[in-house]
Ligand binder design. Sequence first.
Ligand code: G4P
Length: 531
Amino acid sequence: MGQQEEIAKRRTFAIISHPDAGKTTLTEKFLLYGGAIQTAGAVKSNKIRKGATSDFMEIERQRGISVTTSVMTFEYGGVLMNLLDTPGHKDFAEDTYRTLTAVDSVVLVIDSTKGVEAQTERLMEVCRMRNTPVIVFINKLDLEGRDPFSLLDELEEKLSIKVRPLSWPIGVGATFQGVYDLFDHDLRLFEAGKTRRESASEHIRDLADPRLAQLLGEGPADELRSEVELVNGVYDPLDLAAYRHGHVAPVFFGSAFNNFGVREVLDTFVRIAPPPGPRETDHGMVQPQDPEFSGFVFKIHANLDPNHRDRVAFLRICSGRFRRNVFYHHVRQDKQLRFANPTSFLAAQKTLVEEAWPGDVIGLFDTGNFKIGDTLTERSNFNFRGIPSFSPELFRELVNMDPMRSKQLEKGIRQLTEEGVAQLFTQQPGNKKVVGCVGELQFDVIRYRLEHEYGASCSFQAIQAHKACWLTSDDEQALQAFIRVKSTQIVQDKDGNPVFMAPSAYMLDLERRNNPEITFHLTNEFKTLQA
Ligand code: G4P
């Protein structure tokens, strides 16, 4: 098979959701259909559960799971699916945002009883930043959920995306009877506790067909007719190009747990989801069809064995063909590296890869060469753009509790932040270190791992900070003057960019008004926009 065919058969995507909406359950059903697992319950939840074991044990357990499930590769309908896993806890959301830079599309799961939740909004914001195509699966239709029309309105309003239902539910909760497939005009009937049976699918092209009432009863049949009429009146037919540009999201209804409506999503997904597409670099676009190999690291996983410092860097291939044992160019370090044991994740097993193609994700054993965002090429000198850092929510000063081991602390915090566990900001003079996290749990992870993997002891001291703002301005003098005047609130990010630590929302607003020539960014993504 040539490069063109290899690219055309790949779909690289993630399933995302607010915790508990059903991401793990849907993932498992996809893997069952794809033959990658044989029994339900085989996919371990990567949620941090509170309970019998301590949080730290849970974190380690979760890290163990997430190495093996980072990429799940399986075949479905002649398509090679690369499903990238995302963490199940909101405190590790940043990891999810980075993973979203490595996919070509996403499936977003919504809990029908809850609608759009906080984390769903953040995730969609990240999808919108790079126009990632989204398919929505509204889950848990077997429970008394919200009215489907109001759910669709809420999706459009809160997620700023147009929607187009491709299936329509018949009743909800106790009266849930199934879905009508608006794409293929099939009626799919549901029986609680049973998986969807092929025999329960009826092809009904015209809803005036009297069989509809025989199957559903007069009342529900009438209701379905009027609802479908309304749907077709309100929503335009699906525009494939608009979906692929991230402007319209096709919506499906079902119940992942009962395996209902899942095959419909999967079948549509393989038909409409985009194959690996072009990627932006600081030297223009890279096309997957380009003959020269290139890729970028979007995730780094530390080895679970604290005695070994080696790590696994996850590389998304963007163009050309990757080959084992060939020297490649590490752009940031200007170094030639080759990999003897690159791994892929076909059928949930780690296997050695001899070659890999655009859209694939491979694991590279790393002894400390990689940082998140690094580019690997055959020989060119470009860098991929768009691995965003967002302003953390919580900030603490890192305090060394064991002066005899400050070197270990220094190394540990650097490596952990390179891995993306948290963001590190430094302030000069004095080399004060400020750690920024999304959730409390991340501070626990850092403290625990610094102690167990680096033998360093630290504590975190609260500081007055509300948001980290990356600064840019066309007026370099004004920018430097601001940095001088606000020096006690200026820190540097990992790449040396100036960042203003806004002490409160009020102060941020005030500084924005007082300094109109300076832009205060809540993500470092502006670098992409400036390209
Ligand atoms: P997440 O990965 O998005 O966090 O969600 P997960 O799949 O773990 O699902 C969260 C809970 O919702 C699970 O129950 C799961 O069984 C349930 N669930 C998923 N899909 C459906 C559905 O279609 N209908 C109903 N009624 N429930 C669904 P749990 O009790 O928290 O966990 P477990 O003990 O079942 O593993």
